[in-house]
Design a protein around this ligand. Structure first.
Ligand code: ADP
Ligand code: ZN
Length: 793
């Protein structure tokens, strides 16, 4: 940032003094620079740190955020701020601080980080409130005017309701605006514009729920969290200034890891902990993965925290809201009318006032990582925000990430465990089927082992439901020639095209390229008409099922089948209502759903993700299997799970079979320690992309040399003599690569990667920030920096 501002940028919320006539503004279009603007007299006293403003920039008018106020500037003749967006400052000092931390840690420009903390709907609009016309009856004095029969009818309606939206009146009275205008002329009514809030859940009528009596394990966990909430509430109010930072550095609010098997009652603990936070006068943020943001989940929170008048204190933020809805929900939070926010990743930036509790449910979910700049991990941002706001953080999961569990084992987090399902319902029995044996007995591609087939058959007879899981959509993985082995490849990416039977097309799952299905082998020299479909996807499973069990009602749930916003909701509704016998799906069905009548879960191909070139492949497989298995037997009937695998003895599969998280952790952590992978280091992944492979490769090698130079003087002795330059890499740095990315070519771009590992990521981030800014790469080669990546492909 530029030279130190006059006031601490994250200073107190005092109104700005009339002397501060200069605002430092971060503009979205100009990276890594801030500009001084004059505060014109008309706006004096209304511009604060965090205020969104529109300013002249060259010939344009652009938006920006005030990051500091000052009384003097190094520049003369400053241009004035044109106008203020919204009335309140939109970015609170703590959020501004969080954005700065993100920019530093995730190596991105501050403007990009600032942009991420405000939803588009809030950033751009002067006022995004929806104006609606209302008709209101006026108190009438004197002689009542003579009205026509029609006018009298309309008036009667208005008088009865006193006030109602114009559109509603026109509909009810089957009349036109002209008639209403006549009543207005007579002085009977008033037509005014008023703000109508868009409530995405307005039509749901929820029955309020009461806290449940907790079981012993839940009680212990809740007591710990409540104790921490009370403890943080006793601390002097966090002002967010540097001064109090220093004072409170030693008493960081605790982070809890709530490890509870699926159905162990974690959500009930969240609900009761939130209730305590509210009693203490504080707010709460609940993050759930986008995919679990089902109406079911939202309802549970709304039903618990609705007041007598049915008004809820819960705001919801996620990507399926309309722009208008998002705007309204956001401001409901900013104005303090909603004290609880539930939302996906970006809800971690919600402007909740004094959040006392931040919950990250399913904390292991990879969707918490944003895959474009700023590439932040919402769980890690949550922990950071907790520290800044003096808030207790609760991370919940049945299958915690190795990083979080490691932190809990080593005292950085506090571990809370719920080892049993509520009401002591047993975890489902998991049977692993060795597909090598099963396939040997049957010829051709085997989809269902005889055991699984029999189990499905039983469920159909008993009228119970089945979920079948395969984490690959489409019909067949690829189209392969039996004679020459040719596979149909995507012309833009280094992957095979997937056959989609319903659409009769070959599709690329990376770039979306679509091609017609060839009638003969595309290899010029071969032209064999017998090409076959290898591998399988959900479409093929669905297809095979309808042939095996013609009487069964089978439905598929994956990205292809769920194209419209409502499809997902409707399908789950049908499944719950028992209108579907067998649900086939990708990981969309693996998460957090609760279906009492599902007694069988089949995992078609468990080792699918096991052989990916990613050090987390085992962890992912374990998590997925455990979560999917958790879908079975959530009602009164005991559940059963069949896991079909070609590597049935792999630890990820075996520990998942026994629902043994700790066991899996022990063996996996050993492997991570040996190879110095997280949690024994943190990873930064640098990816270089371009259309010319040689250039990309050359640039990657050049960058590696730069990085090595950055780490050159880093022996402990050197450190004694000369303090490290700010672009020095930390001494424990492990550099690997450059190497072609596992997916070398995507969307016509070649990709090379350099992986960096260190225990001191903050230092590395700082160094990377410098190097990235100073290194000069060819114009057609781009570099991305991903800190703590979750996707290594
Ligand atoms: P999780 O979030 O761990 O998957 P939930 O909180 O959703 O578990 O609990 C699973 C089911 O058990 C829910 O229907 C919930 O209402 C119920 N439940 C939770 N705690 C209790 C309790 N103490 N007594 C009775 N039922 C409970
Ligand atoms: Zn492609």
């Amino acid at each position: 940032m530029a030279r130190p501002p006059h006031r601490a940028p994250d200073g107190s919320a005092d109104p700005p003094s009339p002397n501060t006539m200069i605002a430092r503004v971060s503009l979205e279009i100009a990276l890594r620079k801030e500009f001084d603007y004059a505060i014109p007299p008309a706006l004096a006293g209304r511009v604060e740190v965090g205020t969104r403003v529109q300013v002249p920039f060259g010939a344009r008018h652009v938006f920006g955020t005030v990051t500091a106020l000052a009384e003097e500037s190094a520049h003369v003749s400053l241009k004035p701020i044109l106008k203020i967006v919204g009335t309140q400052s939109l970015v609170t000092p703590n959020i501004l601080k969080l954005a700065r931390w993100m920019a530093d840690y995730y190596c991105c420009a501050p403007e990009i980080a600032l942009k991420a903390v405000l939803p588009e709907a809030v950033r751009k609009k002067e006022s995004g409130w929806k104006k609606q016309w209302f008709v209101r009856a006026l108190n009438f004095h004197g002689d009542f005017p003579r009205l026509s029969k029609r006018q009298q009818e309309v008036w009667n309606l208005i008088e009865e309701r006193r006030e109602l939206p114009l559109t509603e009146l026109l509909e009810l009275a089957e009349t036109t605006i002209a008639t209403v205008r006549k009543l207005e002329d007579r002085g009977l009514v008033e037509i005014t514009a008023a703000v109508a809030e868009r409530d995405p859940y307005a039509r749901e009528h929820l029955l309020p729920t009461q806290p449940l009596a907790l079981n012993p394990a839940q009680t212990v966990a809740l007591e710990k969290i409540r104790g921490a909430l009370e403890e943080t509430a006793r601390r002097p109010e966090f002002s967010g200034s540097d001064h109090s930072d220093a004072q409170t550095r030693n008493i960081k609010p605790p982070v809890f890891l709530l490890h509870g098997v699926t159905g162990s009652g974690k959500t009930e603990i969240y609900l009761q902990a939130i209730a305590r936070a509210l009693e203490l006068g504080r707010g709460a943020i609940v993050l759930v993965p986008e995919i679990s943001l089902t109406p079911q989940t939202v309802e549970r929170f709304k039903a618990r925290f609705s007041s007598d008048r049915g008004q809820t204190q819960v705001a919801v933020l996620h990507s399926h809201l309309s722009t208008g809805e998002r705007h309204d929900e956001w401001h409901k939070i900013r104005q303090g009318r909603a004290r609880i926010v539930i939302g996906a990743r970006s809800a971690i930036f919600a402007p909740v006032q004094s959040p006392g509790l931040i919950i990250v449910d399913e904390e292991h979910e990879t969707s918490y990582k944003q895959e474009e700049a700023p590439r932040y991990h919402a769980r890690d941002v949550a922990v950071m925000r907790g520290q800044m706001e003096n808030a207790v953080v609760v991370l919940g999961s049945a299958t915690p990430s190795l990083e979080s569990y490691y932190n809990a084992r080593h005292g950085k987090y506090t571990l809370l465990e719920l080892p049993e399902r509520v009401d002591r319902r047993t975890l489902p029995r998991v049977r692993v089927v060795d597909m090598r044996q099963a396939a040997a007995k049957e010829k051709g591609g085997l989809i269902f082992s005889p055991q699984l087939r029999e189990a499905i058959h039983q469920r159909l007879e008993r009228g119970e439901q089945t979920i079948l899981f395969l984490n690959r959509r489409g019909y067949a993985t690829c189209l392969q020639c039996e004679k020459c082995g040719q596979v149909c490849q995507c012309p833009n990416c280094s992957v095979a095209l997937t056959y989609h039977r319903a659409e009769q097309k070959l599709l690329c799952h990376i770039c979306g390229h679509s091609a017609a299905v060839p009638a003969v082998c595309p290899n010029e020299k071969c032209r064999n008409p017998a090409i076959r479909y290898a591998g399988l996807g959900t479409q093929k499973v669905e297809d095979a099922l309808t042939r095996l069990f013609p009487q069964a009602r089978v439905r598929r749930m994956d990205a292809d089948a769920m194209k419209r916003k409502d499809d997902y909701r409707r399908l789950l509704g049908d499944f719950r209502a028992g209108k579907i016998d067998i649900l086939v799906g990708t990981q969309m069905i693996a998460k957090g759903l609760h279906f009492p009548n599902v007694t069988l879960v089949g995992i078609i191909y468990a080792d699918l993700a096991l052989h990916q070139p990613d050090f987390r492949a085992g962890e992912r497989t374990f998590q997925l299997l455990t979560q999917v298995a958790g879908r079975a037997g959530r009602g009164d009937v005991e559940g059963e799970v069949f896991v079909q695998a070609f590597a049935p003895f792999h630890p990820a599969i075996q520990y998942a079979r026994r629902h043994d998280y700790a066991g899996f952790y022990e063996q996996e952590i050993e492997f991570r320690a040996q190879l110095k992978y997280p949690p024994f280091s943190r990873v930064a992944l640098l990816t270089l992309k371009g259309r010319n492979e040689d250039k990309v490769k050359f640039s990657a090698e050049f960058l590696r040399r730069k990085l090595e130079a950055g780490g050159e003087i880093q022996t402990p002795d050197d450190l004694e003599k000369t303090p490290p330059p700010s672009d020095a890499c930390p001494p424990d740095l492990i550099l690997s690569g450059p190497a072609p990315a596992p997916l070398l070519r995507a969307e016509q771009f070649y990709r090379y990667q350099i992986m960096l590992r260190t225990r001191r990521m903050s230092a590395l981030s700082r160094a990377l920030g410098q190097i990235v800014r100073s290194v000069s790469l060819p114009a057609d080669v781009t570099l991305t920096v991903d800190i703590d990546p979750v996707d290594l492909l």
